[in-house]
Unconditional design. Structure first.
Length: 249
C-alpha cells in the first residue's frame, strides 16, 4: 500500500468527528463557493468541481439547505466573502513533501499563519513547484471489503468501468481513478449497491517516504495542526505511516 489510504482514513475519521461539532461545514461551504466561481457556474451537471464538492458535503451529512446557500453565495445570489484558492508547498520533518490546499479571503493572513505553523514543527515553506511534481491528481474511492462478494469479479468490473488501480489495505479496497472518470465509477458502484466508505479527488503522492517513529509523530502533529486551520481545505503529504504508529494515534 502507498500509505495514502491509511492517512485518508485518518482524515476521514477526523472530518466525521469535526462534522459532529459543525467544524467541517465551513470548509465544505468554501469548497462549494469556490467550485461555483472557478468551475463554471452553479449547475453540478455542467461543473465537475461543484459536483465533487457537493458529493463530499453529502458524504459528511451537510444539510441540503447549507449546500444550496453555499451555491447561491458562489453565484452571487447571496452576498458573501470573496474566497480564492491557493496551494502552498513545503517540507516537514524528515524532509517529507507537503502541499496545503487553502481557501481564504485574506491571502496575507493565511500565508503568515501557514509559515508560522510549519516553522513551529521544523517545517519550511517552499516555492511554487518545489514539491508539486511529486504528486498527481487522482480520484480515490474507498470501499469496505465486506461489501464485496466476489473479489476477482469486483476488480475486473471496476477496471472495466474506468479505474486505473486497486490496492488492498486490511478491510478496505482503495480504488484510484482519473478525475474525469471519478463520478462515473462512483455511480457504477452505487448502482451495484456497493456502499462507498469515502471518496475524493485529491493530490496523491507518486511515491512515499517512511520516517522514524519520532519523526513520524512530529510530522503527524504538523499535518494535524495545518488541517485544523480554518482556511485549510486539505493537507497532502508523501509520508507513509507504519501500522505501529497508527495504532498509537
Amino acid at each position: 500500500m502507498s500509505g495514502h489510504s491509511k492517512w485518508h482514513s485518518i482524515k476521514h475519521k477526523k472530518a466525521k468527528e469535526d462534522a459532529k461539532r459543525g467544524n467541517i461545514f465551513g470548509k465544505l461551504s468554501r469548497s462549494i463557493i469556490v467550485a461555483v466561481r472557478e468551475g463554471g457556474g452553479g449547475d453540478p451537471r455542467d461543473n465537475m468541481a461543484l459536483a465533487n464538492a457537493i458529493a463530499k458535503a453529502k458524504e459528511y451529512n451537510m444539510p441540503q439547505n447549507n449546500i444550496e446557500r453555499a451555491i447561491k453565495r458562489g453565484t452571487g445570489e447571496i452576498e458573501g466573502e470573496n474566497y480564492e484558492s491557493i496551494l502552498y508547498e513545503g517540507y516537514g520533518p524528515g524532509g517529507i513533501a507537503i502541499i496545503i490546499e487553502v481557501m481564504t479571503e485574506n491571502r496575507n493572513r493565511t500565508a503568515s499563519d501557514i509559515r508560522n505553523i510549519l516553522g513551529r514543527y521544523n517545517g519550511t515553506l517552499g516555492e511554487s513547484g518545489s514539491v508539486s511534481w511529486q504528486f498527481e491528481m487522482k480520484g480515490v474511492i474507498i470501499v469496505e471489503k465486506s461489501e464485496i462478494k466476489d473479489e476477482e469479479e469486483f476488480m475486473l468490473n471496476v477496471i472495466d468501468i474506468g479505474a486505473e488501480d486497486i490496492d488492498e489495505d486490511y478491510d478496505v479496497y482503495e480504488i484510484k481513478v482519473p478525475p474525469t472518470e471519478f463520478i462515473k465509477v462512483k455511480e457504477a458502484l452505487e448502482k451495484n449497491n456497493i456502499k462507498i466508505k469515502s471518496s475524493e479527488i485529491g493530490l496523491i503522492p507518486k511515491s512515499t517516504i517512511k520516517l522514524s517513529k519520532e519523526e513520524s509523530v512530529k510530522a503527524l502533529k504538523l499535518i494535524n495542526t495545518l488541517d485544523e486551520h480554518d482556511d485549510v481545505q486539505n493537507v497532502n503529504s508523501n509520508l507513509e505511516i507504519s501500522d505501529e504508529i497508527l495504532s498509537e494515534i
